[in-house]
Design a protein around this ligand. Sequence first.
Ligand SMILES: Nc1ncnc2c1ncn2[C@@H]1O[C@H](COP(=O)(O)OP(=O)(O)OP(=O)(O)O)[C@@H](O)[C@H]1O
Ligand SMILES: [Mg+2]
Length: 305
Amino acid sequence: MSDFVIVAEHLSKVFEPGILRKKVTAVTDVSFEVRHREIFGFLGPNGAGKTTTLKMLMGLIFPSSGQAKIFDRPVSDVAAKRRIGFLPENPYFYDYLSGMELLDFMGRLFGLDRHERKKRAYKLLDRVGLGCAGDRALRKYSKGMLQRIGIAQALINDPELVVLDEPMSGLDPIGRREIRDLIFDLRKDGKTVFFSTHILSDVELLCDRVAMVVGGRLRDAGPLDQLLSPRLLHTEVVIDIDGEKKILHLSPAEDVNQKLAEVLASKQRIVSVTPRRESLEDLFVREVKSGDVGGGAEHHLGDPK
Ligand SMILES: Nc1ncnc2c1ncn2[C@@H]1O[C@H](COP(=O)(O)OP(=O)(O)OP(=O)(O)O)[C@@H](O)[C@H]1O
Ligand SMILES: [Mg+2]
């Protein structure tokens, strides 16, 4: 068994909508690996190619070139699929079903018996905070409730690998926290979680490793602390002058000690001194600024790629 749950090798996707329509290059040469029992964040701005990559990994669309393996098997492998739970970006469920009926239906697809289906459905409804809404029809669910039932259905087969496309979308801060806790619990249970997002705080709080895509290309991949530049950006000094606060930004070239001595000599009070290093937000903005913002490079048929 290899160390990796997901291996993406040079994945590319060009959408070709037909004669005389523009081709769209959504993903170009994306390679990364996801290890067992890690929480892996797939990060990128809108239109970066996250959903397209996830669909290729789930075998829902074919790559134009490159390949992917899950559990050492090609993504089309049925036995491997049974070990995966997937939340699509905009899940559509037959909305006359109740939440409970949807979970029961999904359980049937995986061949679970009646008793097991019921047991798992109750547990999952509770786990995603829908304990009281299991009997309500999905068309009466709010956006956040639909997102929660989407996550519950992804877990009905007790999958070893959970793939979530924007799991926090549509959730309020409490809902986001609950889903974050659930993702941590999944890892505690020995699962591997791969999720896409553009919400930086979720990545910072959750992920062991991340990959960042911009304009369909992989920009960075690795542990978050290795991606962030340890370089000092500036030192922030807050001083108090007669009850009024003022913030000084000292560049790395400036002598912080000397500046502080000057401040003290002039009878001003120092409130705080904070060295500022690169945050995930700084990295994200840096990468997006240097890339094709919006992604999906468009070109006409016959244009050189
Ligand atoms: N079926 C399709 N036909 C043509 N172009 C497509 C198709 N699906 C996606 N694209 C294009 O591919 C690019 C990447 O889209 P994708 O949905 O993968 O981005 P994303 O990173 O998931 O964005 P978001 O954060 O908004 O969900 C976009 O330019 C999009 O318009
Ligand atoms: Mg998407």
